[in-house]
Design a protein around this ligand. Sequence first.
Ligand code: NDP
Ligand code: A1CAB
Length: 257
Amino acid sequence: MGSALLAGLAAGAGGAKVLVLEPSPSPDAERICRENGFELRASASTQDAPADVLLLAVKPQALDAAAPAIAPLVGSKTLLVSILAGKRIADLAVRLPAGAFVRAMPNTPASIGRGVSGAYASEQTSAEQRAIAQTLLSAGGAVEWVDDEKLIDAVTAVSGSGPAYVFYLAECLAAAGVAAGLPEELSMRLARATVSGAGELMRRSEQTAPAVLRENVTSPGGTTAAALGVLMADDGMRPLLQRAVEAARRRAGELSG
Ligand SMILES: NC(=O)C1=CN([C@@H]2O[C@H](COP(=O)(O)OP(=O)(O)OC[C@H]3O[C@@H](n4cnc5c(N)ncnc54)[C@H](OP(=O)(O)O)[C@@H]3O)[C@@H](O)[C@H]2O)C=CC1
Ligand SMILES: O=C(O)[C@@H]1CCC=N1
């Protein structure tokens, strides 16, 4: 996720000095840094001046291990932008006492500029710092600000993890096609094209309500209505997805601390 945002940052960094801390950089991260003149190191040193902006993108479970390597870059004027699932601003502040915090939750379509991030800014965040966070995150796509930090766990469960649900839908659709008699590769091609095409149609359509797009596919008494009778049953897709999103939201809560 950090590499995806870094690629976006590369496009919009202007003349800013960028330091990337990464103990074992991927070839992609090395390339992005080389091509954009970003400095790449394993850790910060006490010789480094505090950063204006720090983007934190380690796993939540790696925060304790990573914090000492980052600490020299944190000062009272530093804006810390965290994309760590579950970690609250209070959790970050005890380890990395920056002056201001933005807790954000992007998603992997950010790697092609088509992501969406939810973001929450701490009270201490100035308008200028908020604008910087907006620029950084919008390199990956749309940005939706929320005014209650607790909502970030719900954002995580809906759009942070959400791409995985959609990819799993494609997997399940392909498997169902095979069960219906289609060759495996053809079924996967149909499922991929259907999921991506439907997503693109939803994005481009003037009609913003997915329910209307769904109704456009559904001929009265036809095949889609037969399938939706299963998916929209009381024990169908809605309660299933609600349970899945709630499990993700709960897990985010468990990752705090
Ligand atoms: N994947 C997703 O869809 C999303 C993830 N997130 C959040 O982004 C964060 C990263 O997740 P993800 O990208 O999936 O995980 P990855 O494991 O791909 O990325 C974590 C990165 O942090 C590096 N790292 C580990 N320890 C340190 C350290 N001490 N100092 C500097 N860098 C270190 C890792 O290096 P190495 O590989 O060498 O250990 C790795 O490059 C998580 O907090 C997650 O909650 C947020 C939104 C969406
Ligand atoms: O699975 C995770 O914990 C991260 C956060 C959102 C997407 N991936």
